[in-house]
Design a protein around this ligand. Sequence first.
Ligand code: ZN
Length: 132
Amino acid sequence: MKKNEKVKLTREIEKPIKVFGKQLKVTRVVLILVAFLIYFVALYYEIKTYTPLILGIIPLILIFFILILIQKRILYIGSYNIECSSAGDLYITKLKGNCPKCQGELKVIKKLNEQYVICKNNKEHKFYLQEN
Ligand SMILES: [Zn+2]
């Protein structure tokens, strides 16, 4: 299995994420999630049941993903991605590319510790993704 070659994918779709016509900033998402988290913790102290703490796991997981996004600038979700610009603007993108060996369509594979690109025609055509 050869994986030492690099391919560069182009953005087929680049759509800014907007809320009420305004560009969504990553800092705003973090603030909203932190507010939710504080709200659930406060609610727990108030009503003393574990339900708010269980609900609080949702913003906590989302904060975790946002932190990965801030660090890596891109999150691969199925065939679409969420990208974060250096200014903190969030985008939905779709990457597209062709296999240098057979011109087949390329697909990003994301695993826990590694990420690579494979060809849809032949799984042996495996490449590293060259970051833009
Ligand atoms: Zn191929």
